[in-house]
Design a protein around this ligand. Structure first.
Ligand code: ATR
Length: 264
């Protein structure tokens, strides 16, 4: 039986096993997908398990998307550019790090019929998924990408990967077309970003968080007359692209799949 894993810390709340095991089952694949909470010291050994073919594929989540890189043999172009890996597999005798968050974000934007061409994007946060959202937005031809993070130094570091981004002070909110919450604020439904967005309407507010389905960020945005989306489809599409890499075919995305993750 083939074995797949998602690794992170924390990992309890990951819905990746539900999604992948559903696709494994309905496509009659002899495999299992599990979640595993790791510490930094465990990363080396888990990669050895791939080399020894005890594990066929790994998804990587916070806080290891960058830390895992030094144990891998090669990176895909997307992983190289973002210095971020969320999908690992063995190709020949080489362990490859790949990044499906970029494609996942891009497909979710297309699914929303949202056109980022020539648009101003404001991203809140500078954590694990932000380099992928920046690269995706660049691919979709956004005209301006602005980053605002509570800890400004962390946003400044992103400048070494993407020279043309603009770093703002935390709380500074200039004109934008699309704003993306990529912070962890809102994972607990009583949390609030403490930023006043009341002067914006007819903009697009996107939250990478999908559980809860509607964060306070999205609730308030709607109240002020903006369009909104949570990150559920981004999550599904990144999993879809990882599954395709590992199993060499595209799994189904339909209402049953979306319902599996529905929490509203
Ligand atoms: P990691 O930082 O390990 O990659 P993440 O969940 O991807 O983890 O990122 C968390 C993001 O949420 C960070 O941008 C963090 O800001 P800091 O860099 O200042 O820590 C942001 N964040 C978390 N709690 C926050 C809060 N109360 N207010 C504003 N931003 C917050």
């Amino acid at each position: 039986m083939k074995k797949y894993l998602v690794i992170g810390n924390p990992i309890e709340h990951s819905l990746s096993p539900i999604l992948h095991n559903h696709w494994i089952k309905i496509n009659n694949i002899n495999a299992i997908y599990e979640k595993k909470k790791l510490q930094d010291d465990d990363l080396k050994n888990i990669i050895s398990d791939i080399r020894e073919k005890k594990i066929q594929g790994i998804n990587v989540t916070v806080p290891f998307k960058n830390k895992i890189i030094k144990y891998l043999d090669e990176l895909s172009e997307e992983s190289e550019t973002t210095q971020s890996v969320n999908t690992i597999f063995l190709k020949g005798d080489k362990i490859i790090g790949h990044n499906t968050d970029i494609g996942g974000f891009e497909l979710s934007i297309k699914n929303l019929n949202l056109n980022l061409n020539n648009k101003k994007i404001l991203i809140l946060g500078a954590g694990g998924v932000v380099p992928s959202i920046i690269l995706s937005s660049k691919k979709l031809k956004a005209s301006k990408i602005m980053i605002s993070n509570r800890t400004k130094e962390k946003a400044d570091k992103l400048k070494s990967l993407f020279q043309d981004i603009i770093i703002l002070d935390w709380g500074e909110v200039p004109e934008f077309d699309v704003i993306i919450n990529a912070t962890s604020v809102g994972l607990n439904s009583d949390e609030n970003l403490e930023i006043d967005f009341s002067r914006f309407s007819n903009k697009f507010f996107y939250d990478v968080i999908y559980n809860p389905a509607e964060t306070n960020f999205l609730k308030l945005a709607k109240r002020f007359g903006n369009k909104t989306s949570n990150g559920r489809m981004m999550f599904i599409y990144q999993a879809f692209l990882a599954f395709k890499k590992w199993h060499n075919f595209e799994p189904q995305i339909n209402n049953d799949i979306i319902k599996l993750l529905k929490n509203d």
